[in-house]
Design a protein around this ligand. Sequence first.
Ligand SMILES: Cc1cc2nc3c(=O)[nH]c(=O)nc-3n(C[C@H](O)[C@H](O)[C@H](O)COP(=O)(O)O)c2cc1C
Length: 394
Amino acid sequence: MKKNLVLGVSGGIAVYKALEIVSLLVKKDINVNVIMTESATKFVTPLSFQSLSQNMVTCDMFAEPKAWEIQHISLAEKADVFLVAPATANIIGKVANGIADDMLSTTIMATKAKVIFAPAMNTNMYENPIVQENIKKLKSLGYEFIDPAEGRLACGTSGKGKLESPEIIVDKVLMELNENKDLLNKNVVVTAGPTIAPIDPVRFITNRSTGKMGYAIAKEARNRGANVTLISGPTSIIAPKDINVVEVSTNEEMKNEVMNIFDEADIVIKSAAVADYKPKNYSTQKIKKGDGELCIEFIRDNDILMELGSKKKNQILVGFAAESQELKDNAMSKLQRKNLDYIVANDITASDTGFASEDNKVIILSKEGKEIYLDKMSKEKIATNLFDIILEKR
Ligand SMILES: Cc1cc2nc3c(=O)[nH]c(=O)nc-3n(C[C@H](O)[C@H](O)[C@H](O)COP(=O)(O)O)c2cc1C
């Protein structure tokens, strides 16, 4: 069954970004009901929210309802999570002081769902001690906040007060909507993205990994209650909230970071595409262009997965195999050689899955001989399946 999110939209310049939030949530199969304050409707019409959410938008508490129900109560009860984005100084102040004088403030008052505010306002407003006191009071009562970001604000000033990015807000909502906490208090380490091998101060070699698979795995583990460390090579993905992201660039750096926390880890998932080779000699000066060919000699770099496999005690160790031929046999041989518990094998020759794609199609093999074929699906769904398999739920 679909999860229900009630989105309260209050009257700030960032209202247009709430449209993107609705769109992203609908794509994740979440049912979204929008409540707009009267001020919010001055910025964007309810029709836009209605079209994107495919639900009627509620604005007026005293409007004739389409069906007999008291809407602020029915929406309050329907909400699995209640998000207010953008949250004005006004709505924060009203809720903090028990005021329920319109549809949004009244529904927030009536809900037992988790309420998350994503404030957005001018920096002076945000830093105003009254606003800060209201936020503090609400936090102490269990309301959650997604702090605004710093940057250039619509009013022309720069500072804290910018609505956090829709991706981060949606990510937080998805985390709250996940009630399955079967990784609670487990330490999960995930590696993601490519590594780079520098040739000289301006050149390096790397690979086509974007980190999408690893980031999806890290978020899934976090959503299921784990303490997650994500050791990431260079990617363009925004660092997710509530995950300890450690940025690295070379194989050596990635190895050091993984080894540092390996003893405390319960599950280690190595989805990074770590460079196997590096130039034998790093040139401290930029290599000058010549007329002839340039030959660079490469040597083997660390095999991090192999080292983890030989050091492993009680950890569950999961590797990835990107293969272009004999997928299953090559993956199985890697699983055995490197002492892994599971291996996720993907065929990188398919153009619509794998590197840079939103989807993946994999076979998950276990050391006990299980073979699970996951047809083409989103990397998020692969991540969900992977943990279900590790936790022996399928
Ligand atoms: C152009 C414009 C932009 C505004 N932007 C914000 C804003 O970003 N954050 C905020 O707290 N208030 C902002 N306000 C003020 C709110 O609209 C005002 O406080 C209003 O009473 C909020 O009502 P609501 O909380 O019921 O939506 C803005 C007002 C105008 C006219």
